[in-house]
Design a protein around this ligand. Sequence first.
Ligand code: HEC
Length: 98
Amino acid sequence: MKRLALVLCISGLALGAGVSFAGEEAIVLRDAPGRDLTLARCAICHSVDYIETNAPVLDRAGWEKTIRKMIDRYGAPISDADAREILDYLGAQYSATR
Ligand code: HEC
């Protein structure tokens, strides 16, 4: 009886560890120049999951429009220099026509 309880306990732990690992994966962006800036600027209002979700349909020009929309329509506090660096990062790492 004791042994059965122990087995149940261990499998419960393994399940818990799996779930938290998946949670961490979801917020990590690819490691490349511009990643930290993109995380800092683009996670102010929403999750950076938006970047992964839109990568299959946006090319570099699409990202340029999206970044402008964040700034002009939603008031994202991003300077022109930062916008360029973020565009280089997204164009290279998350572009459909890479
Ligand atoms: C000032 C707040 C704010 C910041 C900062 C911001 N966004 Fe957004 N973003 C929004 C809002 C509001 C929406 C639309 C509503 C929604 O779907 O949540 C949105 C939607 C999006 C979408 C979904 C597609 C679309 O065009 O609506 C993408 C992709 C996106 N943002 C990318 C970015 C990227 C990349 C950055 C960094 C350059 C960024 N966002 C920074 C507010 C922001």
